[in-house]
Structure formats: structure tokens, C-alpha cells
Design a protein around this ligand. Structure first.
Ligand code: 13P
Ligand code: SF4
Length: 349
């Protein structure tokens, strides 16, 4: 039964004590998050992984790129495990290293040495290493503005991987007009220059990737809500499209959404555009507010949801028998370059 499984996990946690560390991303299921030693958004979890020197085993309740980051930021004697290897991220899969190398060499023919690569942490370790090697850095949705500002102190223009929406929304908020942004399509291997901008005026090259969860919130959801419930405030994650972010009342990272709801005035109504598990948890936690998902059909991240009670239990029980289930170990060379990109971000929190 569920209760038996839960009891087995609690017992293993108790037995392993500080040897075991379970970080949990805010989008994880409640059945998993109850066992997390810390919860956080991707920036917080990266920082916590870097700070933890005690745990021998880090059972990461999140998705593959987060486990890779944790592996790269921890010591060699600390082993990261991902309870289900199929817990990937469709956005991270939209940029592979071959496509990126190819894009870089084609873009260099157009823009010469004027570009700096920045990658959202929602990317493979190899893409982070690519950015590290060329002087760039990683960003998260919590620090994207700061990192984009920093990037412009280094070079004239940016290649922003792999989420076009976070890139566009961040650059726009910093005053860069949409006309100064172009899109790199990695499938067609070509630049999409919607506004026919002269190349010397281009400031940001956006990789054509997106989050399949956050793209499901649309302007018609907002219009519907404005008509039926004009009092309800709309708050969305910047992985949503530019139109949705512009029409929303507020936008920001997972951490920002949680803080806003935590500090909201009693009795106010909110429609939230982010992953379903978090929206439902906020609705339960803050029952003095009215909280709904901006998309009434709910938007779940299928890969985040792959980590469930069973997978967590299997991972921990194997560990007790001395077996490492789904260890995540990033190649040394890749780690070296990727850490340059991660450190450039972590040193400006
Ligand atoms: P943050 O945790 O940085 O808000 O990112 C959201 C997300 O989609 C994680 O996969
Ligand atoms: Fe990837 Fe989107 Fe899921 Fe985050 S919510 S893990 S970006 S698919």
C-alpha cells in the first residue's frame, strides 16, 4: 500500500541520515515532495547542490538536466542518482551539441566574433560546456535579466539557448525591441528574420526551442478570464510566449510565483500559468486565496511526473542493497567547461 511504501522511504531516510540528500523541484508530485530535504526552483537547487559537502548520495527528484548539474557541482565522492532515467526535459532535448556547433559556425559567418552564448540551465551538460568554452554562462528564470545584462558587457550580441520565450521575454524587459531579435531554427538550419532586420542591428539570436508545458497557456485563456472574472490576477512563468507574458498581470520564475502568492492579500483570486503540481500545491496551501490554473485543462510536465513514489522507493531500496540505480555521471571534460558557465552564473547571484 501507499502507506507501507511511505514508511519504507522514511525508514531508509532515517537510517542513512546526512549520507542521503533528496532535493526536490517545485514541479514534483506531492507524494515525492514530502520526502525532499529541500525544495526549490532550478537556481536554488543548483546552489544547494554546490553547497552540500556531506551527502554521499544525492537522489535528485527533478529532471535529467538538474541531476547533471548537481553532479557537476558536487565532489567526486558524491553520487547523484535520478529515480527514473526517462525523466528528461523536452525543451532541453530541442538543442543537441551537434546542432549547436553547426549553428555557431554558420552564425559566425554572419556575425563574426561578436556573439556570446548563454544557455538556460534547462539544457544538456554538453550545451553548458559549449557556452563555458566560448566565454558564456548559464541562466535560470530567476536571474535571466542579470545574466543577459552581464552578457552585453562581454559581447555585442547573444545566442540564447534553448528557450526562445525566456530569451525573448528577458531581452524585451531589458528594453531590446522585438525587431532586434531573430530566431535560429535548428531543424531548417537557418535564421528566421521576421522583421527583416539588418544583421548589424541584431542584438539577440534566439534558439527555436520551447517548453511544451508553458506553451499551453494562451492569450485566449487570458481573454476568457478577463471577460468572466475581471478581478482575477494572472501570473505566468516567462517560459510562456511573449504575447501571454505581455497580457498577464505579473510574470516571473517559479520562485517569484511562489513568493507572490505567499504575500498575496487574503481573499484575492489568481490564475497561474505554470506546472500543475505547483499550482495545485499553492491552491491547497493558501486556501484563503482563490487559485486556479490559467489553462483549465491543467498542464502537467509529463517528465517531472515520471518521478513517483515507486521510482523513489526503488532507487532508495537499491541503494540500501549497495546498487546504484540510474547514476548520473557527466564526462570529466564536459564537466570542466560546463562548470565555467555555471560558475559565471553562481558568482553573480
Ligand atoms: P525554474 O525552476 O527556474 O522556474 O524553471 C522552471 C522549469 O521549467 C523547470 O524545468
Ligand atoms: Fe522541461 Fe518544461 Fe518540464 Fe520544465 S516544465 S522540465 S522546461 S518540459
Amino acid at each position: 500500500t501507499t502507506a507501507e511504501k511511505e514508511a519504507r522511504i522514511w525508514a531508509i531516510k532515517e537510517k542513512l541520515g546526512e549520507k542521503l540528500f533528496i532535493p526536490g523541484h517545485h514541479y514534483q508530485r506531492d507524494e515525492v515532495i514530502q520526502f525532499a530535504d529541500v525544495t526549490g526552483d532550478s537556481l536554488q537547487l543548483a546552489q544547494l547542490a554546490a553547497e552540500n559537502k556531506k551527502a554521499e548520495f544525492i537522489v535528485f527528484c527533478g529532471v535529467h538536466f538538474m541531476a547533471e548539474t548537481a553532479d557537476m557541482l558536487t565532489e567526486d565522492n558524491q553520487q547523484v542518482l535520478l529515480p527514473d532515467l526517462k525523466a528528461g526535459c523536452s525543451m532541453a532535448d530541442m538543442a543537441n551539441i551537434d546542432q549547436t556547433e553547426k549553428a555557431w559556425s554558420q552564425l559566425k559567418q554572419l556575425f563574426g566574433e561578436t556573439m556570446l552564448p548563454l544557455t538556460y540551465v534547462n539544457s544538456t551538460a554538453a550545451i553548458k560546456a559549449f557556452c563555458g568554452k566560448y566565454g558564456g554562462a548559464t541562466v535560470t528564470s530567476s536571474n535571466a535579466q542579470k545574466m543577459v545584462q552581464w552578457a552585453f558587457t562581454q559581447k555585442e550580441r547573444l545566442l540564447f539557448l534553448p528557450d526562445q520565450h525566456l530569451g525573448r521575454n528577458t531581452a524585451y524587459d531589458l528594453g531590446i525591441p522585438l525587431e532586434q531579435m531573430v530566431v535560429w531554427d535548428p531543424i531548417q538550419e537557418q535564421l528566421v528574420n521576421e522583421f527583416n532586420t539588418p544583421l548589424e542591428e541584431v542584438k539577440v539570436i534566439l534558439w527555436k526551442g520551447h517548453c511544451s508545458v508553458h506553451e499551453k497557456f494562451t492569450t485566449s485563456h487570458i481573454e476568457q478570464l478577463r471577460k468572466n472574472e475581471p478581478e482575477t490576477k494572472v501570473i505566468v512563468h516567462p517560459e510562456c510566449t511573449h504575447e501571454v507574458v505581455r497580457q498577464a498581470d505579473l510574470n516571473g520564475s517559479t520562485h517569484y510565483i511562489i513568493e507572490t502568492i505567499k504575500n498575496a492579500e487574503k481573499g484575492t483570486s489568481w490564475a497561474i500559468g505554470t506546472e500543475m503540481n505547483l499550482v495545485q500545491r499553492l491552491a491547497k496551501t493558501y486556501s484563503d486565496l482563490s487559485i486556479v490554473s490559467l489553462n483549465p485543462t491543467m498542464c502537467a510536465c509529463l517528465t517531472m511526473n515520471r518521478i513517483d513514489l515507486d521510482h523513489l522507493l526503488w532507487s532508495l531500496e537499491d541503494l540500501m542493497e549497495g546498487k546504484l540505480r540510474h547514476p548520473i555521471t557527466v564526462d570529466k571534460e564536459i564537466t570542466k567547461d560546463a562548470c565555467l558557465a555555471l560558475q559565471r552564473m553562481l558568482e553573480r547571484p
